[in-house]
Design a protein around this ligand. Structure first.
Ligand code: OGA
Ligand code: NI
Length: 391
């Protein structure tokens, strides 16, 4: 006998089949309540764009840009990140092919809410919940496991393995930069993630064309529960929006850029100096959209709490310890909307601080940061980066 979370509470409908049906109105299940519906107007704000090669050519300025982006936006785009352009284009197109495989092929990989691994079309297990307009494939990659690889298209596994090793290398470098920018030892985040046993999983997102994009969302507003997300957007089709104060900012991806965002676990570890910011995806009437979100996570049983150096009498710990597993368990049963509602409880903000989570406004400025470690780090990163630069 399986347990409850071996099954979805009701039959799962593949969103692409709804899109392919040619119906001009979407089913009620996808219609969001008025306040959650997207505004499709575009303003000209954008998230910070950071030239990663700047860590070699102008390290201090680049470190500062990254620091500011982590504090003020929780999001940035990286260009010149060293991941080959043919590889980023290739891996995105390979996943697009997968989503265009016949239903019988995709159904072989149908997922359950227990681990979410495989092909799916809903997040959260609440019966009757309003759903998002997307299909996805979750691939668990680390810690080493029996990864559920699709066998179509045949090149998928090979191209993904290569892409993954590049992304994980980039992720490890970013964690060092984040730590040093906070005046911490460069391996602080990686150790808090469980060292070599850190976790990594991919969510390949497919947002089919939608006849009524003003009524629904491709992905409801959420913050990412893990450590950090490294996202390959669809260059041809905008859709990802980030909350900045009380506005939604549509990300305009630079060619071949990779988008990085802080997840909840880094917000906790940094004692809220770095922000895990809400984001959502809007859909498009004429174009499908494919994006690949790689999540760089703590090992499941790591107890996550603010790093001791970042806790002072002026800035007490804003969170109580919780393992990543416990946290994720909660997220897996609630859909993105409910998580938002319960977030105060699940991030364990101290009762006295409830509803008053403050993002500390004073920031560690260069004077506070020991700049020497940065130079040491740069020396080594410079070699790493030089190795992967192809341009
Ligand atoms: C996610 C996510 C954004 C996108 O998968 O968590 O935020 O652009 N994706 O698909
Ligand atoms: Ni996300």
């Amino acid at each position: 006998m399986g347990s409850l979370d071996d099954y979805w509470p009701e039959p799962v409908v593949c969103v692409q089949s709804l899109s392919d049906s040619g119906n001009l109105s979407i089913p009620d299940r996808y219609i969001k309540p008025q306040p959650e519906r997207p505004s499709l107007s575009v303003n000209d704000m954008n998230i910070p764009v950071i030239d990663f090669n700047g860590l070699v050519t102008s390290p201090e300025a680049t470190m500062k840009q990254i620091s500011k982006a982590c504090r003020e936006w929780g999001f940035f785009q990286l260009v010149n990140h060293g991941v080959r352009t043919d590889l980023v284009d290739g891996v995105r197109e390979t996943w697009r092919e997968f989503f265009h495989e016949p239903m019988e092929v995709k159904q072989k990989y149908a997922n359950s809410p227990k681990t979410y691994e495989g092909f799916g079309s809903r997040l959260g297990t609440e019966k009757g919940a309003i759903l998002d307009w997307n299909d996805y494939y979750y691939l668990h990659y680390r810690p080493p496991c029996n990864t559920k690889w699709p066998d179509q298209p045949p090149s998928l596994r090979e191209v993904m393995e290569e892409y993954t090793s590049e992304i994980l290398r980039l992720g490890a470098a970013l964690l060092k930069v984040f730590a040093v920018n906070l005046g911490l030892k460069e391996d602080s985040f990686q150790s808090a993630f469980g060292g070599n046993d850190f976790g990594a999983c991919l969510r390949a997102n497919f947002y089919p064309k939608c006849p009524q994009p003003d009524l629904t969302l491709g992905l409801s507003s959420h913050s990412d529960p893990g450590g950090m997300a490294i996202l390959l957007p669809d260059e041809q089709v905008c859709g990802l929006q980030v909350r900045k104060d009380d506005q939604w900012v549509t990300i305009k991806p630079e060619p071949h850029a990779i988008i990085v965002n802080i997840g909840d676990q880094i917000q906790v570890l940094s004692n809220a100096i770095y922000k895990s910011v809400e984001h959502r995806v809007v859909v498009n009437p004429n174009k499908e959209r494919v994006s690949l979100a790689y999540f760089y996570n703590p090992k499941s049983d790591m107890l996550i709490q603010p790093i001791s150096e970042l806790v002072t009498s002026n800035k007490p710990a804003l969170y109580l310890p919780m393992t990543f597993e416990e946290y994720r368990g909660f997220i897996r049963t609630k859909g993105p909307q409910d998580v938002k509602r319960y977030k105060h409880q699940i991030t364990f903000e101290r009762p006295s601080d409830k509803n008053t989570l403050k993002i500390p406004s004073e920031t560690l400025e260069p004077n506070d940061v020991k700049w020497n470690p940065i130079h040491n780090l740069i020396k080594r990163l410079r070699e790493d980066i030089a190795n992967v630069m192809t341009i």
